[in-house]
Design a protein around this ligand. Structure first.
Ligand code: SF4
Length: 398
């Protein structure tokens, strides 16, 4: 079967006789898994539900064959979130977790976000993966409850059920509805192993109302290029100047690779966005960010650029400072002892956020007056002071 036949087979399984999407998407089968960049696996866990059907077992066995050196542990009576690591030190646990691959089932994988105290609209998001193999020092996920105790990289195999849920939710709402992928994982980092993109993109392409918004740092876009998407999949990249990435992002695709991936999918007609977050005040940051903004806007046809500062909970910050020391450029610009913002996360001083956003906004506007600009996880006061017109029209939504 060629790529187009494979895609049509997926679509046919998802679409009923009268063009009605139904919840019969299947796991990808006709593809060759290969090792993703930046992910070495020492141990694989098969947890409860992961091999409950012959289809799931075949899917997982083919991925396990990609890592013949990895130990495979079957824990088929244990849910994925009950596995424990024999390691009490948070940083050591975090480092080991980045080399563990867990297969499982995620109940309630489609959820509505619960942001409050900021302008961000709440939105639907879903999780065919958990966490990610990259190692950004500022990663807020490292401090979230599930990840803190078992920081492994997870693949959930109940993706057909997730798409069934998405179908129901979108139909119930009766209007175009975005479903965001990238809140609790990187959605493309493991695509070489899973080929989930070949199920997701066709599903959303055919759906009358559901739309996919996806945020990644991965450059694994090859499988996306041949898929029919009908602009129902919006691809967004998390980027920062190379000078910032070099210090704060480890084991990730380079900025050059990310920008090249963005250009490749844009050539195939996908709507492309970028999110510059967290902006980090390294030495000479004004010139660094102005130059990078110019490069981005001049070389990638993005439709929307969203900006954000650091938004960090206490345990994620502790992990970051264990890795980098407390005198890093993020920690030294967080207002210690200052009242936290409405959502409980620590942020930079307002004055700095205003200055940084204004610099990027002005630079981008001079080159692309039509570019949509937005802020992520920000307060109304910052939208107002930076002169942005449409609060809430940001990265994760349509
Ligand atoms: S890509 Fe996202 S989830 Fe992965 S380490 Fe970086 S910030 Fe965390």
């Amino acid at each position: 079967m060629n790529a187009k036949d494979i895609m049509m087979e997926h679509i046919n399984r998802q679409i009923g006789l009268f063009g009605e999407p139904v919840s019969r998407a299947s796991l990808p089968t006709e593809y060759k898994p290969f090792r993703p960049a930046h992910f070495e696996v020492s141990r694989i866990y098969l947890t409860k539900g992961s091999v409950a059907t012959p289809e799931r077992r075949r899917f997982i066995e083919r991925i396990c064959a990609v890592y013949p050196e990895a130990e495979v542990r079957e824990c088929l009576n244990t849910p994925h979130n009950r596995i424990q690591l024999d390691e009490s030190d948070a940083l050591a646990r975090h480092r080991r977790g980045k080399h563990l691959l867990v297969f499982g089932e995620l109940q309630a994988a489609v959820r509505f976000s619960q942001e409050s105290g900021i302008v961000c609209p709440n939105y639907w998001h879903f999780s065919p993966y958990g966490f990610c193999p990259y190692d950004c020092k500022y990663c807020y996920l490292g401090g979230t409850t599930g990840v803190k105790f078992f920081p492994a990289v997870k693949v959930y195999v109940n993706i057909p059920e997730m798409l069934g849920n998405i179908d129901q939710i979108a139909r119930r709402r009766g209007k175009p509805t975005p479903f965001y992928l990238g809140k609790l994982q990187d959605p493309l980092a493991l695509d070489p192993l899973t080929a989930y993109s070949t199920v997701l993109v066709p599903f959303f392409a055919e759906h009358p109302l559901a739309r996919l918004t996806l945020l990644t740092k991965s450059a694994h876009v090859d499988r996306l290029l041949g898929l029919e998407h009908r602009e129902h999949t919006i691809l967004s990249w998390s980027i920062n100047p190379p000078e910032v990435s070099a210090v704060f992002e480890e084991n990730v695709p380079s900025i050059d690779e990310r920008l090249a991936a963005m250009r490749r999918v844009a050539e195939r007609g996908y709507p492309v966005r970028a999110i510059m977050m967290p902006i980090i005040p390294i030495k000479d940051w004004e010139n660094v960010y102005a130059a990078f903004t110019r490069r981005l806007v001049e070389t990638v046809p993005i439709q929307r650029l969203t900006l954000g500062g650091v938004c960090i909970y206490r345990s994620a910050r502790m992990l970051m400072e264990r890795k980098m020391g407390a005198d890093n450029a993020i920690s030294t610009h967080i207002a210690n002892g200052a009242p936290r913002t409405g959502d409980g996360r620590a942020r930079y001083f307002r004055e700095f956020r205003h200055t940084a956003y204004s610099l990027v906004i002005d630079t981008a506007r001079r080159l692309r007056p039509d570019l949509e600009l937005a802020l992520c996880l920000e307060e109304k006061a910052l939208w107002q002071s930076t002169g942005l017109q449409r609060p809430g029209r940001c990265n994760c939504v349509l």
